[in-house]
Design a protein around this ligand. Structure first.
Ligand code: ADP
Ligand code: MG
Length: 339
């Protein structure tokens, strides 16, 4: 029988990978914001139009790219962030898979302008469906501007599957919140269809929370602070009386990365036991700092699920730390008296 296996062309492989990395416009926003953070930017601007369907642009003032790197950044598995397998156990960047730009460029019209500090001029590159259309010298500021237009232009099924502009905008806002909260020391602005949604000067964590969720949030916050050999826990929980019926303001960050963890969420609920009615959801903004060697981020392409080495210990610490904070701030266990 004849041989029938062949290697897929790059643009097809990229499109397949894109299916995992890019679910919707918000996924692009997340990847671009994280790249801007990894490039040591201190000021990041996000611009979207029509729920990100027609335009997503991120402009940063980070380290930028040389013209060769600008071209290479769109290749699959092309990254400046890791070099060898061991680096996976000592990650200090948001990215490392070298997949995002290749994936995005496979399914959208992409334009990038970038310049490194050492060069007088930068480069302007256009890519559509993994095909480089042009690359030219350009007079641009230091840093990078990434423009992603017409997402899923070549995958009609995906494009049709997108929700209304409003719903997609809400997902984008969620991603923006997550990155902006994880990096209060960076200033962010966010424009939707030409109007300003957020303008967040650099700040501390508490003020960033207030910048995003409003002035009334400030009085709700109870600080959490504990350091052990395994983990440093900082951040805030909201006072029990502000617990809500709906879930919402619940954030875990592990080493400055937003993560989802039903298990740790359960630990927080445990700490609130007796203070809130069952079925109510306390708000929290909790930062966990652990040795990068004790956390596995490479479980899923979007990296919001992670695996901690010693989850049980973490659970116990988190619960007791929050209990302690709530006690210290004299949060009366009012429900106990109602029984
Ligand atoms: P990863 O972030 O996993 O390395 P990406 O596909 O997101 O993969 O990006 C590829 C590479 O392009 C990065 O490793 C980085 O060197 C470069 N890059 C991407 N975005 C930026 C940016 N905003 N500023 C500077 N360099 C960037
Ligand atoms: Mg990246």
């Amino acid at each position: 029988m004849a041989d029938i296996i062949r290697l897929l062309p790059d643009h097809v492989a990229n499109q397949i990978a894109a299916g995992e990395v890019v679910q919707r416009p918000a996924s692009v926003v997340k990847e671009l914001l994280e790249n801007a953070i990894d490039a040591q930017s201190t000021d990041i601007k996000l611009i979207v139009k029509d729920g990100g369907k027609t335009l997503i642009q991120v402009v940063d003032n980070g380290i930028g790219m040389s013209d060769t790197d600008a071209r290479l950044s769109f290749e699959r598995h092309a990254t400046s962030k890791i070099q060898k397998a061991e680096d996976l156990f000592n990650l200090h960047t948001k990215g490392f898979r070298g997949e995002a730009l290749a994936s995005i460029a496979a399914i959208a019209h992409v334009e990038m302008m970038t310049r490194i500090a050492e060069d007088e001029v930068g480069t302007h590159i256009k890519i559509e469906g993994s095909r480089v259309i042009s690359q030219e010298v350009a007079v641009v500021p230091k840093g990078t501007s990434m423009m992603v237009k017409n997402l899923f232009f070549n995958i009609p099924a995906r494009r049709n599957f997108l929700k209304s502009d409003q719903v997609e905008f809400r997902h984008i806002t969620d991603e923006f919140h997550r990155v902006a909260l994880a990096h209060p020391q960076v200033s962010f602005s966010f424009y939707n269809n030409g109007s300003e949604v957020f303008n967040l000067p650099a700040n501390d964590f508490r003020k960033r929370i207030v910048q995003i969720f409003g002035r009334k949030t400030n009085e709700k916050l109870v600080p959490v602070n504990e350091e052990t050999q395994v983990v440093k826990i900082t951040g805030y929980v909201q006072k029990p009386e502000f617990a809500k019926k709906s879930r919402g303001e619940q954030f875990f960050f592990a080493n400055d990365r937003f993560i989802k963890s039903p298990y740790l969420h359960h630990a927080v609920l445990g700490a609130f036991e007796g203070l809130i009615k069952p079925g109510m959801h306390p708000g929290y903004f909790i930062c966990l700092e652990v040795d990068p060697a004790t956390i596995d981020i490479n479980i899923h392409p979007t990296k919001t699920e992670v695996k901690f080495d010693d989850e049980h210990t973490l659970y116990a610490y988190l619960k007791s730390t929050i209990k302690h904070s709530l006690g210290q701030f004299n949060v009366a266990p009012s429900l106990d008296f109602e029984k």
